[in-house]
Write a protein that binds this ligand. Structure first.
Ligand code: 4NP
Length: 160
């Protein structure tokens, strides 16, 4: 069985493409790319079709990670396609929860940083879009910490 993950933020051009790139790198390095499939989406349709923000791409590139996503909007029909739907903040978690067609699908939605035991419950990956360059480095750091723990969780949970 393939385990499918979707990272979700607002625009799908900064945070969730970064989480997708970081997790893809971790999964590839663990030799698990046949077992785990990774994608990302936005709760808004504002940037559909766009590459990740150039600031996100450049920051990731400096860590040897290529961001290859094209923005898409997360729709109700997408819920059954994933086992894990990981929101970057509470606003996106709430948007996904109200979009979910039933409680079974709703239960797939979690906050990404809740997988990081060093983050207080409810922690968000802050939106870097309107801020300075350090915001993009912070997103990479936070996504890396959380995705390492997410991968450990999935490996335990699914025995891989
Ligand atoms: P993201 O960041 O949700 O991490 O992709 C944003 C991108 C664009 C906008 C807001 C946040 N925007 O307002 O267009």
């Amino acid at each position: 069985m393939t385990i499918r993950i979707c990272f979700v933020c607002l625009g799908n051009i900064c945070r969730s493409p970064t989480a997708e790139g970081v997790m893809t790198d971790l999964v590839n390095r663990a030799g698990l790319s046949d077992e785990i499939e990774i994608s990302s989406a936005g709760t808004s349709a504002w940037h559909v079709g766009e590459k990740a923000d150039s600031r996100s791409r450049e920051a990731a590139e400096r860590r040897g990670i290529e961001l290859t996503s094209r923005a898409s909007q997360f729709r109700q029909k997408h819920f059954p396609e994933f086992e894990y739907i990981l929101a970057m903040d509470m606003d996106n978690l709430k948007a996904l929860s109200s979009l979910a067609p039933n409680n079974g699908e709703r239960a797939k939605v979690k906050l990404l940083r809740d997988f990081d035991p060093d983050s207080p419950p409810g922690s968000r990956v802050p939106d870097p879009y309107y801020g300075g360059p350090t915001g993009f480095e912070d997103v990479l750091d936070l996504c890396t910490k959380a995705c390492e723990q997410l991968l450990a969780h999935i490996r335990r949970e699914h025995g891989i």
